[in-house]
Design a protein around this ligand. Structure first.
Ligand code: ADP
Ligand code: PHD
Length: 417
């Protein structure tokens, strides 16, 4: 079986959804599994709904309307028969969402987030599946929440591989076209969970691993994996071939074209990953496989914005020792604060972190009891793999460098713009 992942950008409007049809007709679709994300920026819009529900109830109705109208406009364009079952189906899904909010008693933000945000993928795949069926691309819609089982770490759920593998192999037995959702699963009580933002690539890898898939193709709005994000860098170069190792490093440092958790399951079964353009599906794109190194050999640039640089120093000139560092890391881990760079000296310890969930405030008081804390918000972390001094100079030109760290392959630079 081949696994295809269509992300938000590839299904963001009626024209994009029609293009999925073109991609499938071009590359073939028998014995395949499509994993789709929410359409366009729906996940962000659903995050706004959850935020309104908890913090700005006056805005709740309007924030739901935004999501509803966006989808209804797409559906109205794709389905000319106004009696088509899709209209009732979409309307029923929005009613379900509103009923959930009306009846919810849980004060747990992350739990509510997952129950709501998961509808983005459910709606998108319902539309896609109906549209393809109407275009004679017969397919079977599957609810990933019945297959991908996880713990209850809402918004960042951990996969129960044994249960998931059993479910997937039992359910996806036929050599036909299936459509399911990325990013979502369910806990032991069948409540919806999400696997972390941009987690649909990871879902594709989970399904591929469990099915011993022939390959995974991620369809993107770029020609493949480039040596830098074209939104921030000019003159980017397409990487034709990369090894799992190189890809996992690039993804780990923040090359957002592939979700970092995607590579490990694929590498374990040596399932090739292709990153291809949904605009030009016949072009080869990038292939990620065993031992391919990096072709062409070139410097790779990665930027992570909105980082927090924290300087933690002892109050009494004593050393910051291993057990203190370990306590600090425990706090970060508990609050899902991701540490991207570490640098220590005798009496201080600097970390560049990503505080996706805005949790730093929760641990600031705890840290400040024992240490002096200073920090810079909104800094950028540049990583260059296979760098030369010229590459580093290019990156820091016109910026204030707050921290720099170099090893043989990689340089990391934290800057204030
Ligand atoms: N190294 C890279 N190569 C290609 N694209 C990259 C790279 N790093 C970041 N990107 C960005 O990733 C985007 C595609 O990812 P994303 O928007 O998450 O797609 P989707 O919603 O389809 O999953 C590209 O438009 C590009 O701006
Ligand atoms: N819809 C989810 C999951 C995802 O992976 O999306 P995309 O494939 O569009 O990055 C998100 O936006 O986080």
């Amino acid at each position: 079986m081949k696994v295809f992942k269509f992300g938000g950008a590839s299904i963001k409007d009626p024209q994009a959804i029609r293009n999925v049809l073109h991609v499938l007709k071009t590359v073939g679709f028998t014995d395949s599994l499509i994993i789709a994300s929410a359409m366009g920026k729906t996940t962000n819009a659903l995050e706004d709904v959850v935020n309104s529900y908890f913090k700005k109830p006056d805005e709740l109705k309007n924030s739901i309307e935004i999501v509803k109208n966006y989808h209804l406009d797409i559906v109205a364009d794709l389905f000319t028969d106004k009696n088509h079952v899709i209209f009732d189906r979409i309307s029923a899904l929005f009613t379900e969402m509103e009923l959930f909010l009306a009846n919810n008693k849980s004060p747990n933000y992350n739990f509510v987030y997952d129950q709501m945000v998961s509808y983005g993928e459910i709606i998108a795949t319902t539309v896609l599946s109906n549209f393809l069926n109407d275009q004679q691309i017969e397919n079977t819609w599957i609810d990933a929440r019945n297959l991908v089982k996880t713990d209850t770490t809402y918004r960042d759920a951990i996969v129960d591989w044994k249960a998931t593998e059993e479910n997937i192999t039992n359910q996806l037995k036929d050599q036909k076209l299936y459509i399911t959702q990325g990013f979502i699963g369910s806990d032991a009580n069948n409540f919806s969970v999400t696997l972390g933002r941009e987690g649909s690539d990871y879902s594709a890898a989970i399904f591929a691993y469990c099915l011993n898939a022939e390959s995974v193709t991620i369809w993107k709005d770029v020609p493949g994996v480039l040596n830098a994000d074209p939104r921030y860098f000019e003159d980017t170069v397409l990487l034709n071939k990369i090894s799992y190792h190189e890809a996992i490093e690039l993804a780990f440092y923040g090359a957002s074209v592939i979700h970092p958790k995607t590579l490990q399951p694929l590498q374990r079964k040596e399932i090739p990953l292709y990153v291809k353009s949904f605009v030009n599906p016949t072009l080869p794109g990038t292939s990620v496989s065993k031992g391919a190194g990096l072709e062409p050999q070139t410097a790779c640039f990665i930027v992570k914005k909105n980082q927090l640089l924290i300087l933690i120093s002892s109050k009494d000139f004593s050393f910051v020792m291993e057990h203190q560092v370990s306590d600090i890391f425990k706090l970060f881990a508990e609050q899902h604060i991701k540490v991207n760079v570490i640098q220590n000296s005798a009496i201080s310890f600097t970390v560049c972190v990503e505080d996706k969930f805005g949790n730093f405030d929760h641990i600031f008081e705890d840290l400040a009891k024992n240490f002096n804390i200073t920090y810079n918000e909104n800094v950028s972390l540049y990583t260059i793999r296979h760098f030369s001094s010229k590459d580093a100079e290019k990156v820091i030109a016109g910026k204030t460098v707050l921290l720099q760290q170099v090893n043989r392959e990689t340089i990391q630079i934290v800057t204030k713009e």
